[in-house]
Design a binder for this molecule. Structure first.
Ligand SMILES: [Zn+2]
Length: 229
């Protein structure tokens, strides 16, 4: 998960996309696409939950507070985010993001709002306050799994159990995501070797690439390499 810089005022592009329509289900296909485009752009091209790259063809609109619980929010800008399709297929345990939640939990679980606030690695001394990556200092390997940060960060009260619950409900450690993170990490290590970069250089590079797939995972992983070599 990652911080999404939502404007306080509904952006003109969003307003234009939904112009004159009062309910999400009344939008035409091209309007839904235009709306998705606005959301994807403000999310730097990544799924709001798993952070894999998405496009208008691979993403869907997620209602943060779902339509059945609060119909009046169903076309409100602040309530809409773009998410991936969660690995469509028949086996629910291979799915993730809202698809997994919808099938397993019938949309009766709300991702805590606080998990989006400041959910961002800002520099080496200010890592993501909620999430960390699973790392084995003995083997120096990453499992590809994300875990709750186990200490208070940036003044937030300890929320380990609620963060663990959100990871579970969205299945953010689905096998397909764990493998994708590991593959991404291998390419990061390769790039570092080929270009002769330091971990600190790489960290800076990724700070400047918010649209890189799994960028929070990569930043937290590089930070481990710097702090626990
Ligand atoms: Zn996703």
């Amino acid at each position: 998960m990652r911080f999404i810089p939502k404007n306080r005022i509904t952006p003109d592009a969003f307003q234009a996309a939904v112009n004159g329509v009062t309910s999400y289900n009344n939008l035409y296909g091209n309007q839904k696409q235009a709306l998705l485009k606005v959301l994807i752009e403000e999310q730097s091209g990544l799924c709001a939950y798993c952070n894999q790259p998405v496009t208008v063809n691979t993403a869907t609109v997620e209602h943060f507070i779902c339509q059945s619980h609060s119909p009046s929010f169903d076309l409100k800008y602040f309530n809409l985010i773009a998410v991936c399709r969660g690995n469509p297929g028949n086996n629910v345990d291979l799915k993730h993001c809202d698809k997994y939640r919808a099938e397993k939990y019938k949309n009766d679980y709300f991702v805590p709002f606080f998990l989006f606030d400041k959910c961002l690695t800002q520099n080496l001394n200010s890592p993501n306050p909620f999430f960390d990556v699973e790392y084995n200092p003995r083997t120096q390997l990453f499992s590809g799994r994300i875990i709750p940060r186990n200490q208070n960060m940036q003044g937030y009260p300890r929320n380990e159990s609620r963060i663990r619950e959100a990871i579970d409900v969205l299945n953010l450690n689905a096998q397909v995501l764990v493998e994708a993170r590991k593959q991404k990490w291998y390419t990061v290590e390769d790039t570092r070797e080929k270009l002769g970069l330091t971990w600190e250089d790489l960290f800076q590079n990724y700070l400047n690439m918010p649209g890189a797939g799994f960028s929070e995972f990569i930043l937290l992983a590089i930070r481990k390499k710097i702090q626990e070599p």
